[in-house]
Write a protein that binds this ligand. Structure first.
Ligand SMILES: *[C@@H]1O[C@H](CO)[C@@H](O)[C@H](O)[C@H]1NC(C)=O
Ligand SMILES: *[C@@H]1O[C@H](CO)[C@@H](O)[C@H](O)[C@H]1NC(C)=O
Ligand SMILES: *[C@@H]1O[C@H](CO)[C@@H](O)[C@H](O)[C@H]1NC(C)=O
Ligand SMILES: *[C@@H]1O[C@H](CO)[C@@H](O)[C@H](O)[C@H]1NC(C)=O
Length: 335
């Protein structure tokens, strides 16, 4: 009798003990995965949204002084346009809560085209508002300006059209931060990534080169040496057929090493080009060396081929061909 009582008591103690051990293991696992022994309890960082695009202006003449951010003309017009953009964005109270700044980065000719970007900072505590930043909301807002006639009292020009789309925040250079304006001519000129050719370009480089050619001409850009890190998320060169870093105008984005047998070469469709160099980590790569030259615009690419055999190629082959081409090759053989 007594031994039986002891037995069940022992069993109860065992059950309780194993329960405590299991609970301990479970508690440890929960702590390990939820908090972790070394995991830092960091606050999620604030989010940034950037929209870039261009404005087409009427009733204003392009002058060469708009080609350099250092001139009075550039500064005055940019101040007006930046205020105008701020005004437009202020019409949307949700977006405007997070408005940081609008910047004009350059101009090109034809009608005057102004290139802009605007930055919004959304604190982590308001991250639910991130979903409100949609392209359609932003373009709708900008178009409402055009529907109103585009004129803002006190300004001497008219805004004929305006575009904006979501842009990589790393592309937000201002004209005073690692920013160059280059003028292409009929003879070859060059520029390099910072520190080239010594190995190891600086961390966190954010550099931009605006290249302009004469009206009606195009730009050819050639990289005799191109060697940046292999991971395109960290370090890369992006080239645009525009002065604003809009994705739809991107000619190419490249990283890694290009051997001399496969040099990178691109051609613009118009008289402007934007080159952007981004680096995140330090590395032992030298970066790049680039040459640019003004060339005739190759729009006439139609050909009628009547030989018995032959070959033909896209304009500027083996360069990347420029956008906006319309080429017809008509091949005729004897009946
Ligand atoms: C914009 O952002 C910069 C950098 O984070 C900050 O210093 C500045 O105060 C901000 N400006 C406004 C108006 O929020
Ligand atoms: C670049 O980053 C590395 C770590 O990735 C660091 O050791 C180095 O000091 C940084 N260099 C500069 C110039 O900031
Ligand atoms: C045709 O191909 C040959 C050899 O690949 C090349 O030398 C020649 O320039 C090409 N001709 C044209 C018109 O592209
Ligand atoms: C090329 O062909 C297309 C389709 O036939 C035609 O629509 C276009 O106008 C042609 N382009 C030129 C430049 O002749």
């Amino acid at each position: 009798m007594a031994s039986r009582k002891t037995h069940s008591l022992l069993l109860a103690v065992l059950v309780i003990l194993s329960f405590l051990v299991l609970a301990g293991v479970a508690a440890f696992l929960i702590w390990y995965f939820a908090v972790g022994p070394t995991k830092d309890i960091s606050v999620p960082s604030d989010q940034v949204r950037v929209y870039s695009g261009h404005l087409v202006l009427d009733d204003i003449e392009y002058t060469d002084s708009l080609g350099s951010p250092k001139t009075q003309d550039f500064r005055e017009l940019s101040k007006n346009l930046q205020d105008l953009l701020r005004d437009i964005y202020s019409k949307d109270t949700v977006l405007f809560k997070y408005y940081n700044t609008s910047v004009i980065t350059g101009y090109s000719e034809g009608s005057v085209i102004a290139y802009h970007w605007t930055r919004f900072d959304i604190p982590s505590s308001n991250s639910e508002d991130l979903s409100k930043f949609t392209d359609s909301r932003v373009t709708g807002l900008l178009r409402s300006l055009i529907r109103q006639g585009g004129v803002r009292s006190g300004l001497s020009f008219t805004v004929r059209s305006i575009t904006a789309s979501l842009t990589d925040p790393r592309m937000t250079n201002t004209p005073d931060s690692c920013f160059y304006t280059l003028r292409a001519t009929g003879s070859k000129q060059s520029f390099t990534s910072p520190g080239y050719p010594s190995p190891g370009y600086p961390n966190k480089s954010r550099c931009q080169w605006q290249i302009r050619a004469s009206k009606g001409k195009a730009i050819q850009l050639f990289f005799p040496d191109f060697d940046v890190e292999d991971n395109c998320d960290d370090d890369f060169v992006s080239i645009y057929d525009s002065l604003s870093p809009e994705e739809k105008h991107q000619l190419t984005q490249q990283c890694g090493n290009r051997p001399p047998t496969n040099n990178l070469e691109v051609v613009s469709s118009g008289s402007v080009m934007l080159v952007s160099f981004i680096s995140d980590s330090s590395s032992q790569h030298p970066g790049f060396n680039a040459e640019y030259i003004e060339i005739p615009r190759n729009t006439a690419c139609d050909q009628v081929l009547t030989d018995q055999s032959g070959n033909f190629s896209t304009p500027h082959y083996p360069s990347f061909y420029p956008p906006n081409l319309d080429c017809n090759w008509t091949i005729k053989v004897p009946v």
